[in-house]
Design a protein around this ligand. Structure first.
Ligand SMILES: [Zn+2]
Length: 498
């Protein structure tokens, strides 16, 4: 048996600037092929252990950013199609997806990709694994035999889920047949409302999903959705893969979980802490009040497609005279180059965002001391990116007033202390730690900050949780919490028999 492994993974912030294919990485061409990658490795190992031959096909990964150029996406799909032809007859295909894509002219490229795969391989099993933040559409479900979603946010179960998806492929190769039963819930929640810790509303629903996972259910997934994509079909959803013939049982599970999501709508945390209040908390901590605090600049999270160039939080810290603070990673290649030219120990005058100032990323001119210069690989030792190779490019650590700032050449979400240390900062010694991250930092910093010492800052930014402030164009309305919505979670879900 031969199983093709391909993929297209992109989390698109529809309010961020478009990107090209050069923004992505084709994982099958990295050293060691897919087996050596942290995203695909567990799936490849599962297939091999079952006596199945994996066939490496292109796997495109774009992380989070603005929409992909439409022509570049079509070229990518054509390349995958060519690779499927060249691979010869396949017995199944595993797709490493994400489910929150968008291009400059396609609002559902995940469906486009899956449809192209299905059209090429015909009626063999096709299983897709999706990020917890997938905006699952009927067109995506219609092209596959199985859907497997991450169950955690922060995503600490990616390896287990891609292995689950490979195990589902093996099950289907043994003659199993499945249907996919799915329901979109008219609810677009800011990313800060979608944490899956057991006391969070989403955590409670996830627990119900796990309890429902037993035959004939082959997978039970609940998706938070990516709230910044600005696509028509966007938001929370439930998706169950069930043995063919047992769709009625799956419909019951989907209805129960959709109702559980919907009934908790008064409990989702929909707003961040206003900037001035957050800075006041930081000032008190810097003054010795209580344990250290962590401020999350959630609106400038590169993991949500933001460029990590906002200066609002840094300026507010400096204006308030907050000391003993570290902040990262501020992305500004020009500032990094200037620091490298000046050298460690020098004092320089820098201007953040000199090349491209905007209301979300204003210029900020300050004096800085160069503390450290770094140009090395980054491989975090804990959190959601443990073991992964990350690419901040050349970095510099700068002392600006009482704030030590890690500056990178490329936008990278700070999801662990390693990333701050990598840039030359010493977070262990700080009273205030500021990270440009929405929620993935919670896994990497869990040993340092209790929930009550974490502040999600409501500063301006392209990844803002304040959804009512965004200029929506494509999102289907009405939707909670932007509109008053009457919705009956017992309405019939869609049943897809690929
Ligand atoms: Zn995600």
């Amino acid at each position: 048996m031969r199983v093709g492994v391909t993929g297209y993974a992109h989390e698109v912030n529809g309010f961020a600037s478009p990107v090209t294919r050069a923004h992505g990485i084709e994982a099958s061409r990295t050293h060691g092929g897919l087996a050596a990658t942290w995203e695909a490795g567990p799936a490849i190992a599962t297939l091999v252990a079952a006596g199945v031959e994996p066939v490496d096909l292109p796997v495109w990964e774009f992380g989070a950013s603005g929409p992909l150029d439409g022509d570049d996406f079509r070229a990518l799909v054509a390349e995958v199609d060519d690779a499927l032809v060249a691979a010869g007859p396949l017995d199944a295909v595993l797709v490493l997806g994400h489910g929150a894509g968008r291009t400059t002219d396609d609002l559902d490229p995940d469906a486009t990709f899956l449809r192209a795969v299905r059209r090429r391989v015909g009626p063999v099993p096709v299983v897709v694994v999706l990020d917890f933040h997938a905006n699952v559409t009927p067109a995506m479900c219609a092209s596959v035999d199985g859907v497997v979603g991450y169950r955690t946010n922060p995503h600490v179960d990616i390896a287990e889920r891609v292995a689950d998806a490979a195990a589902m492929v093996v099950h289907l190769l043994g003659g199993g047949r499945t249907s996919v039963v799915a329901q979109q819930v008219p609810m677009v929640l800011p990313q800060i409302a979608q944490l899956t810790a057991s006391h969070e509303p989403f955590g409670e629903v996830m627990l119900l999903a796990e309890q429902a996972l037993r035959p004939p259910m082959r997978n039970v997934s609940v998706f938070g959705g990516f709230s910044l994509a600005d696509v028509a079909c966007q938001g929370a959803s439930v998706c169950v893969t069930v043995d063919r013939g047992d769709e009625a049982a799956a419909i019951g599970v989907v209805r129960t979980l959709a109702a559980a999501l919907w009934s908790r709508r008064d409990r989702y945390r929909l707003h961040a802490t206003p900037l001035d209040e957050a800075i006041a908390v930081a000032a008190r901590a810097a003054g010795g009040d209580g344990p250290p605090v962590l401020l999350a600049d959630v609106a400038d999270n590169p993991g949500g497609g933001a460029p990590a160039t906002s200066t609002h939080v840094l300026r507010a810290l400096l204006d308030a005279g907050v000391t003993d603070a570290v902040l990262g990673l501020q992305c500004d290649r020009r500032v990094v180059d200037q620091a490298w030219a000046a050298g460690v120990g020098t004092r320089i005058c820098i201007t953040f965002n000199r090349d491209d100032p905007s209301p979300l990323a204003p210029e900020l001119t300050v004096d800085a001391e160069v503390l450290a210069l770094v140009d090395a690989p980054l491989v975090p030792s804990r959190g959601v990116y443990v073991g992964a190779r990350r690419h901040p490019g050349r970095c510099a650590a700068l002392r600006i007033g009482g704030v030590d700032v890690g500056v990178s050449s490329a936008p990278v979400q700070v999801a662990d202390p390693d990333t701050l240390e990598h840039a030359g900062l010493r977070p262990a010694a700080a009273r205030v730690t500021v990270v440009k991250s929405r929620g993935h930092f919670r896994a990497g910093f869990a040993h340092l900050f209790a929930d009550d010492r974490i502040v999600e800052v409501g500063a301006p930014g392209v990844a803002t949780p304040e959804l009512h402030t965004l200029p929506w164009r494509h999102l289907r309305r009405p939707v909670f919490p932007l509109d008053d919505v009457e919705w009956d979670p017992t309405i019939a879900p869609e049943v897809h028999r690929a």
